[in-house]
Design a protein around this ligand. Structure first.
Ligand code: ADP
Ligand code: MG
Length: 447
């Protein structure tokens, strides 16, 4: 293979994956993986251990292969994930931090640049930022308990909640915290159930002043963990400890969480983060460029800020990729390069999110054919996926109800509207269906 450097290729793949995934996910599963060897057309990638390798393969394998093929323009490439057998003992997903400065802090999870200094404030995130700053300066004297921050993917929730942790750590304060992803909380709880020993779970909440939990929407469906969490939450709250939670949606829209938990979440400050306005996007780009020590002219930044509007992670993804490209090839970051990069990243987005793509992904998940979805059959096994497709197309594209109707063989807009309502109802009643839809969505919007 001429002109082909697999180490670089894997590193670029990781950069792209990082821009697409939740940062906690990226750090837990992919961050320390390395290219090891090439086996025919397979790149062999080494992970911390075989457990991590297996998990990374099942969760991200398809996505990583797609990225590798796109970057290298070699469709024949595939990936092989390896790792030594996992050590017995604590779960390998639990970060080992031998040199913890205090027993209650998970420094290993914090990303070094997720600080307040690196957070650009604008109208879209002002309230959430102010809330985060207030609770990190002052404990107990604010009414912001819990502080509940919500907003869409890639808008800075993890950044803000980690900024609180950084602040507590930097000021050398005696105030201790626990920062944890909800996924890790659930995993820890399940481990305790299996061992029939809840010490580990209790420890998460013990001896800390701040409890910071990211992505609370993942509590969905975990009834026992919810119950246990509810009690710990109340205890912390009564003791005047500060609780901060993030979520991809507001409390009242969290599916199947018990009402009492939701009303607890609403009892402090609920602050949303919206997609940033142009000026904020531009300021974020300037910050990123400064961090990467790049030279990029204002018109190029203006072009990027005007092209990518909904997701800060995509903005930083573009800058990281441009930086990598310029480092790897020595080229300047000019308008030409930026346009190419944007075209390819927007290309991925639009390619993913057409009605056709959504419908065929849904069809595949429900084991029906795309033409059945468009057809007339009203039996349950076809009707449900058809309605799911309509509601996902409505959610993920800018198509109008009428346009969606006409995509489904000329149905009218009220049929589409009814379908969307019906799916909403069914989801509320049927966690299995809801999970399935979430899974499809994840597949579609991993950008
Ligand atoms: P979320 O948790 O909401 O999905 P993240 O906190 O992971 O999003 O943010 C995605 C990326 O965008 C991160 O690299 C983060 O540093 C960056 N980011 C988001 N908002 C801002 C902001 N206001 N200023 C600077 N960087 C930001
Ligand atoms: Mg996040």
């Amino acid at each position: 293979m001429d002109n082909f450097n697999p180490t670089d290729l894997w590193n670029r793949c990781l950069l792209e994956a990082e821009s697409r995934l939740e940062s906690t996910e990226f750090e837990a599963w992919l961050k320390n993986s390395t290219y090891e060897d090439i086996n025919g057309t397979r790149l062999v990638i080494r992970f911390r251990n075989s457990f991590v390798a297996g998990h990374a393969k099942s969760r991200f394998g398809d996505m990583l292969e797609e990225i590798i093929r796109t970057i290298s323009r070699r469709n024949e490439l595939a990936l092989q994930f390896i790792g030594d057998p996992a050590e017995p003992g604590p779960s390998s997903t639990e970060k080992q931090t031998p040199n913890r400065e205090t027993p209650s802090s998970d420094y290993s999870f914090l990303r070094s640049n997720y600080t307040f200094e690196h957070f650009v404030v604008g109208p879209s995130n002002q309230l959430a930022h102010a809330g985060a700053l207030a609770v990190s300066r002052d404990i107990g004297s604010t009414n912001y308990n819990p502080l509940f921050i919500y907003g869409g993917v890639g808008l800075g929730k993890t950044h803000l909640i980690q900024a609180i942790a950084h602040h507590l750590r930097q000021e050398g304060s005696k105030r201790t915290y626990r920062y944890i992803s909800t996924e890790l909380l659930v995993e820890t709880f399940i481990k305790c159930v299996l061992l029939n020993d809840y010490t580990l779970f209790r420890k998460l909440f013990h001896g800390i002043d701040y409890f910071l939990m990211d992505d609370i929407q993942f509590l969905k469906g975990k009834v026992e963990t919810q119950e246990a969490f509810f009690h710990r939450f109340n205890e912390l709250h009564q003791q005047g400890k500060q609780i901060v939670l993030t979520s991809d949606r507001p409390p009242h829209e969290l599916p199947d969480l018990p009402e009492r938990l939701i009303s607890r979440f609403q009892s402090g400050l609920v602050a949303d983060i919206k997609p940033p306005e142009y000026e904020t996007r531009l300021a974020i780009l300037q910050l990123l460029v400064r961090d990467e020590e790049l030279e990029v002219s204002l018109d190029v930044l203006d072009f990027i800020a005007s092209s990518i509007r909904k997701n800060v992670r995509q903005l930083s993804g573009v800058i990281h990729r441009l930086a990598a490209m310029s480092r790897l090839t020595g080229c300047r970051i000019d308008m030409d390069l930026a346009q190419k990069e944007i075209r390819s990243s927007l290309g991925t987005i639009t390619r993913r999110l057409t009605a056709g793509n959504i419908a065929s992904t849904v069809a595949e998940s429900f084991d029906v054919s795309p033409s059945q979805l468009k057809g007339k059959q009203r039996k349950h096994s076809v009707l449900i996926p058809r309605q799911v497709s309509m509601s996902l197309i409505r959610e993920l594209t800018s198509m109008s109800l009428a346009e969606i109707g006409s995509y489904f063989s000329g149905r009218d807009h009220s049929t589409v509207l009814n379908s969307i309502d019906r799916i909403k109802e069914l989801k509320a009643k049927d966690p299995e269906l809801e999970r399935k839809i979430e899974e499809i969505k994840r597949k579609l919007v991993s950008i």
